[in-house]
Design a protein around this ligand. Structure first.
Ligand SMILES: NC(=O)C1=CN([C@@H]2O[C@H](COP(=O)(O)OP(=O)(O)OC[C@H]3O[C@@H](n4cnc5c(N)ncnc54)[C@H](O)[C@@H]3O)[C@@H](O)[C@H]2O)C=CC1
Ligand SMILES: O=C(O)[C@@H]1CCC=N1
Length: 280
């Protein structure tokens, strides 16, 4: 068994650590290459047995699973290096939204999956989004679902939904961390509360809210109704919040979708040239 990772940045390192901690990967089965070799050295030191691959080609060679954890703009360089090493039985897993399954199938001679993780997978929580290339057998899909279920809840989606799904699942932690920060700032400013205590209260509240929505199956409306006594404090405050944020998330998704369309065009140009004819 060999599992290759290309890119040991934020998500590459997070996935390696999460899979090892979950016991679903052994360090001695993992080979990692990255442009910044100190990041790989740190992982190798932390997880004895993990191999520091000298090149992307070496990480790819004979890997049963090969994770591509680089940014979209780095795909062309990486694909050029790994293509000669890849064989039909190998599975390449791309973790970035604007690189499309059919583009990878055109350029690589192996099986392709697109799996979008989330930083919350580091806590063994949250979803991972699964999209399948046409060459994967049903055993391959089951194997990937099982692997990702060790660190997350894998959810199969259509590739055309990837942006909105990634917004919810992968960008969401940043959005809600921001909102919690604003909430805490207001508590500190209004009441002079101790910040550490306010942080702890808000974080525990968020965790409990998430558990009610998931484990207890409450809807977001039911949860609001449970807290809101008619004519009470929460009702008055929710009125303000609804007014202030009415179209905030619509605007957020408009921006992510605009940026996504730009990224798709940029990736397509970098992989196939402006006329869509070059190969890397
Ligand atoms: N940060 C997040 O929450 C999530 C990120 N993603 C996707 O994961 C991908 C990686 O994101 P991050 O890990 O946050 O970025 P990052 O910048 O932290 O990591 C990228 C790594 O790739 C390495 N790299 C760049 N070019 C390379 C090359 N030619 N060969 C080998 N290594 C190379 C860099 O040295 C860097 O360590 C992105 O496409 C992003 O969209 C997906 C889900 C969530
Ligand atoms: O590829 C993506 O869309 C992910 C979601 C968060 C950051 N990158």
């Amino acid at each position: 068994m060999k599992i290759g990772f290309i890119g040991a940045g934020s998500m590459g390192s997070l996935l390696i650590e999460a899979f090892i901690q979950a016991g679903s990967m052994l360090p001695e089965h993992i080979a990692v290459s990255s442009r910044t070799s100190s990041k790989v050295a740190k992982l190798a030191q932390r997880f004895p047995g993990l191999q520091h691959a000298a090149s992307n080609a070496e990480a790819a060679k004979d890997a049963d699973l090969l994770f591509l954890c680089v940014k979209p703009s780095d795909y062309r360089a990486v694909l050029t290096e790994i293509t000669p090493e890849l064989k039909a039985r190998q599975i390449v897993i791309s973790i970035t939204s604007p690189v499309m399954l059919d583009q990878l199938e055109k350029l690589l001679p192996c099986k392709i999956a697109k799996m979008i993780p989330s930083v919350v997978n580091a806590a063994g929580a949250g979803a991972s989004l699964c999209m399948w290339g046409s060459r994967l057998a049903s055993e391959d899909k089951s194997r990937l679902m099982q692997l990702f279920s060790s660190i997350s809840r894998p959810v199969e989606i259509q590739e055309e939904d990837v942006r909105a799904a990634s917004d919810l699942s992968s960008c969401g932690p940043a959005f809600f961390a921001y909102l919690i920060g604003q909430f805490v700032d207001a508590a500190v400013q209004t009441a002079g509360m101790d910040r550490a205590k306010a942080d702890a209260l808000a974080s525990e509240m968020l965790l409990g809210t998430a558990r009610l929505l998931t484990e207890h199956g409450l809807s977001t409306e039911e949860l609001q109704t449970k807290v809101t006594v008619p004519g009470g404090i929460t009702a008055a405050a929710l009125e303000v919040l609804r007014g202030e944020t009415a179209d905030a998330f619509q605007k957020v998704l408009n921006v992510t979708h605009e940026k996504f369309a730009d990224d798709i065009e940029r990736v397509n140009n970098s992989l196939f040239g402006p006329e869509g004819t070059d190969s890397p």
